[in-house]
Design a protein. Structure first.
Length: 474
């Protein structure tokens, strides 16, 4: 395999390149192939459906649209530099300088008058489209795709009408964000080819980017001189950034190179992803961004409700500054159910008693809540109500080894009769609890081992604190 180039290598190399192109269009193999970047560009042109025999003509932009694009690109600020660096050289070399936007539309051209007239025949004029999709392989379109300097000569062009031309182009980027601004190109008749043309165009493109960088630093300095006195009087965290988010000054926080800003930023309260809720005020050439005292409070939250486990729900917020997870419980006041159990020494069965809310003063006063109906065993003594822990109870504590108490207030027979008990806070049930106490409290939350009166029953699942756990974020 032999790689050939049409860049001034002689008539034989040009003939080999023509044969390689014709073989590629016919779908045949040939020992001679073009340069890798030209070969890839030919493939793209074929996939785009470009006809090699078509005219390079394209629909031109209207004059007002051309003017709008000229004023909306930073390339307009660089035209004096580009004219001084390239236009005069192109005129002397019988070539023209062409400047396009990031879409490949020609915005400016300047150079030798005779070449400008010839360029009209191939539609190389203001408003024309020179992307690969429009005119196949050419220096402007291929540089737009590859983002590197490119030189295309003679038969390396995909369209036959351009084989009498040579061109070299280089991309120009915005140094502030790396965005492609456009293409700088020098084109002329194939007889004006010179191997150093691409290096010249690339050098001028780098000079243009350096000019943009110098202007941007000057703008940052002006913004810093305006923002510094304001930041001295601002309490808390604040930044001064230019319209692109580049930092000029900061107070109360670590500096950042660039603050991402929304495209349509307006003065007022704005939520920024990296800072939270901020107050944005305009400055000459930028923005004053004051960060809220509690930025996390106004940040949108996503709370995840996990229902994968039976009879259990958990809510979690991993995006919070302090991630948390909490178990959710049945609504406050829901009935707690339990089955019956064999009676103890007194021969009575166990029943479910009503659950009562705790009184505000902890004296045991409260109101009954719905209770489950007795289950299992025979008719037993009246159900013993269970209260939440809150002090206050019946008489003095009874014997420590008494009948077991169920989670819902039911208990076995035998032992000394107890008063109202309490519900142990934090129990998740069904759990085993301690023995009942006569006249005092019936330890619950865990259905305890059998005392002399027999086994207590296992209670239903009890939420932490016996009520629902409410999770919210402001």
């Amino acid at each position: 395999m032999v790689r050939v180039t049409g860049q001034g290598a002689g008539p034989q190399a040009a003939r080999l390149l023509h044969r390689a192109r014709e073989a590629r269009l016919a779908g045949e193999r040939t020992p001679a192939v073009p340069r890798a970047e030209i070969d890839a560009s030919w493939d793209r042109a074929v996939r785009c459906g470009v006809d090699p025999d078509q005219s390079p003509e394209s629909e031109l932009l209207e004059a007002d649209e051309i003017e709008h694009r000229r004023h909306s690109t930073a390339l307009g600020e660089l035209m004096p530099l580009l004219r001084a660096g390239l236009a005069s050289i192109a005129d002397a070399a019988r070539q023209i300088m062409v400047v396009t936007d990031a879409e490949g539309r020609v915005l400016w051209r300047q150079g030798n008058a005779g070449v400008l007239r010839r360029a009209h025949d191939i539609c190389l004029e203001e408003g024309a489209a020179w992307s690969e999709a429009a005119t196949g392989t050419n220096a402007i379109g291929t540089a737009l795709v590859d983002r590197v300097p490119v030189q295309v000569h003679s038969a390396e062009h995909f369209i036959r009408a351009l084989h009498q031309w040579t061109c070299a182009a280089a991309p120009v980027r915005d140094p502030r964000d790396g965005r492609l601004l456009g293409i700088v190109d020098i084109s002329g008749p194939a007889s004006t080819f010179h191997p150093a043309t691409m290096a010249l165009v690339d050098s001028v493109a780098r000079l243009a980017e350096g000019e943009l960088r110098t202007r941007h630093l000057a703008e940052i300095e002006r913004l810093r001189s305006v923002a510094a006195p304001i930041l001295c009087r601002v309490g808390g965290r604040a930044l001064a950034v230019d319209v692109h988010g580049r930092l000029a000054a900061v107070t109360g926080m670590a500096p950042v190179d660039r603050l991402p800003l929304p495209k349509s930023l307006r003065p007022g309260r704005v939520w920024l992803p990296s800072l939270g809720m901020c107050q944005v005020d305009p400055l000459p050439g930028g923005w004053l961004v004051r960060v809220g005292e509690s930025p996390a409070e106004d940040v949108p939250r996503r709370v995840v409700l996990d229902l994968s486990r039976p009879r259990t729900a958990r809510a979690s917020d991993r995006a919070a500054r302090q991630p948390y997870a909490a178990a959710l419980a049945p609504p406050r006041g829901a009935a707690v159910r339990a089955g019956g159990a064999p009676g103890g020494a007194d021969g009575g069965g166990a029943g479910a008693g009503p659950l009562r809310r705790r009184g505000p003063d902890g004296d045991g006063a409260g109101r009954d809540l719905p209770a489950a109906s007795p289950a299992g065993g025979g008719p037993g003594p009246p159900p013993v109500p269970v209260r939440r822990r809150g002090g206050g109870g019946g008489g003095p504590p009874g014997p420590r080894r008494g009948p077991a108490a169920a989670l819902d207030g039911s208990g076995g027979g035998g032992g000394a009769p107890g008063g109202t008990g309490h519900l142990r806070r934090g129990a998740y049930g069904p759990e085993r609890g301690g023995p009942g106490r006569a006249g005092g409290e019936a330890e619950t939350g865990r259905a305890g081992r059998a005392g002399p009166g027999g086994r207590g029953v296992r209670g239903a699942r009890c939420p932490r604190g016996g009520g629902s756990v409410v999770v919210w974020r402001s």
